[in-house]
Design a protein around this ligand. Structure first.
Ligand SMILES: Cc1cc2nc3c(=O)[nH]c(=O)nc-3n(C[C@H](O)[C@H](O)[C@H](O)COP(=O)(O)OP(=O)(O)OC[C@H]3O[C@@H](n4cnc5c(N)ncnc54)[C@H](O)[C@@H]3O)c2cc1C
Length: 449
């Protein structure tokens, strides 16, 4: 970025409103956080930069919830419950869910959904809980009451700049934006300049489902064969699967690198701009290969390229505990569990995706400790979702939707308890939080029963 600068005139910023709980971001973590806080009776606002909820699940076109299921002693089971069930029920009522399907060489279950239905389901749930949703509001900074307390978050909107005051803040921005502005320490990537690589997702329509059959099983082989003839693809391990209506398929097979080969950063404006164009170029390139070589795709076309490049990892804040790969693969229990998750480590490395599962003989899920949503330094903030306190490898697993719902629900529920008990998140009585989460249907794992 440029080294020159200009001075902005000092200005008074109007206050948009005062809320007990202010949530930044309407992704899986932010939705669950806002719902939990509002259902507990707290005046709650959810600030979202786009005009719809869902986060990467809608804006980056994922259309699959991962991490809701685990392989528990050899059996595929849904292990994440609580608010996630309410979202699934609402989607089911709209006929917006596929049957859960096996993925990654049939090793784990995932749950595909219709993206438009998810947007509407989230709207409905937020309205029913009385969450004040502020769309098209980009949070841009924090006003601090003192070194350790946030007073307000600044937003830029079409009606101008506002401050939104709160008592407790929940950062569900995915990028840890609010936490970073408030001075919470954080890490980016693996410490050696590498982040998980982003992907631009797209959906293909006009597929002949009978002819296409289980095309996802032959596509990797077709790509390998083409590579031997000199064709190049952004990455190995394409994920191309049918949607609710099998004339439509989702395609996850791009990988967005800078010209230097590093991952495009989701917190660098220039790289993001470059990445959007490069992502669409890769969508077209990989689509034309699929169309030309895969039976059933002869008359297909791209029905949508996701509104934004899909960012897997940027800042991960440092909290009271850092969830690691060993915790995930060792199916670790925690006395301060807030829920569970069973997704493998899914590392999007240069040119490939590396999956590492807990041993097949293991229980297949780990507990998630409360301490990973409690950031260091700031006393009225929770950080939930993919930017919570996890190591680079731990986040490669627990960043998916299932655990983000878990963290969000816990953050929103804890926000209510912190306000009621007049304590800081760090000194909250976790047993009370666990009781509330259990009452709301969450599965806390063996340590939380
Ligand atoms: C290409 C790709 C494929 C993936 N595939 C899957 C999959 O199949 N299944 C799965 O479960 N997970 C998948 N993931 C992981 C997915 O990112 C997480 O599951 C999840 O979306 C993270 O949730 P979150 O709420 O922490 O953050 P996000 O989903 O990133 O949501 C953050 C929200 O905050 C908003 N926001 C950010 N900054 C600001 C700001 N400053 N002001 C206002 N609003 C802001 C954003 O617009 C967004 O709505 C994939 C990720 C990528 C990138």
């Amino acid at each position: 970025m440029s080294h020159s600068s200009i001075n902005e005139p000092q200005r008074k910023t109007p206050v948009y409103g005062d809320y007990e709980v202010v949530v930044v971001g309407g992704g899986p973590a932010g939705i669950a956080a806002a719902l939990a806080a509002a259902r507990a009776g707290r005046s709650t606002i959810c600030i979202e930069r786009y005009g719809f909820m869902g986060g990467a699940g809608t804006a980056a076109g994922l259309s699959t919830f991962c991490g809701l299921h685990a392989v528990v002693n050899g059996q595929h089971e849904q292990v994440v419950h609580g608010l996630a069930d309410d979202i699934l029920d609402r989607l089911q009522a709209m006929d917006g869910l596929n049957k859960p399907h096996l993925t990654i060489q049939n090793q784990i279950t995932a749950q595909a959904y219709d993206i438009s239905a998810f947007k509407i389901a989230a709207d409905d749930l937020m309205a029913a809980a009385n969450v004040h949703v502020l769309f098209h509001a980009f949070a841009t900074g924090a006003a601090m009451a003192d070194e350790n307390r946030i007073e307000a978050v600044f937003v830029e909107t079409k009606s101008g700049r506002f401050a939104i005051r709160g008592q407790i803040f929940i950062d569900g921005s995915g990028d840890g934006d609010l936490a970073a502005w408030a001075g919470v320490p954080y890490e980016v990537g693996d410490g050696a300049g590498n982040m998980l690589y982003p992907s631009t997702m797209f959906r293909i329509n006009g597929v002949d489902p009978v002819k296409a059959g289980r095309a996802w099983e032959i596509l990797p082989g077709l790509m390998e064969e083409a590579e031997k003839q000199g064709r190049r693809f952004p990455r190995k391990k394409p994920i191309v699967r049918p949607q609710r209506n099998p004339i439509e398929w989702r395609a996850n097979l791009t990988q967005i690198k800078n010209p230097s080969g590093t991952a495009v950063s989701g917190i660098d404006a220039r790289e993001l701009s470059y990445g959007e164009v490069e992502g669409r170029r890769q969508c077209w390139d990989t689509f034309t290969f699929i169309k030309e070589h895969t039976p059933g795709f002869e008359n297909s076309y791209i029905v949508e390229i996701a509104p934004q490049i899909g960012i897997r990892e940027t800042r991960r804040i440092l909290g009271e505990y850092v969830l690691t790969e060993q915790d995930i693969l060792g199916c670790r229990d925690f006395p301060d569990t807030i829920g569970v998750q069973g997704w493998p480590v899914e590392a999007h490395i240069k040119g490939d995706v590396k999956f590492v599962f807990a041993p097949p003989s293991s229980r297949g899920f780990n507990e998630i400790p409360y301490r990973i949503i409690v950031p260091k330094k700031v006393d009225n903030l929770f950080v939930a979702g993919r930017c919570a306190s996890m190591s680079h490898d731990g986040q490669s697993s627990a960043r998916v939707s299932g655990p983000c719902f878990v963290m969000g629900q816990a953050a929103g529920t804890a926000a209510d308890l912190v306000l009621a008990a007049k304590v800081t998140p760090r000194s909250l009585d976790v047993a009370t939080l666990q009781r509330k989460l259990r009452e709301a249907g969450a599965n806390l794992g063996p340590s939380g029963t």
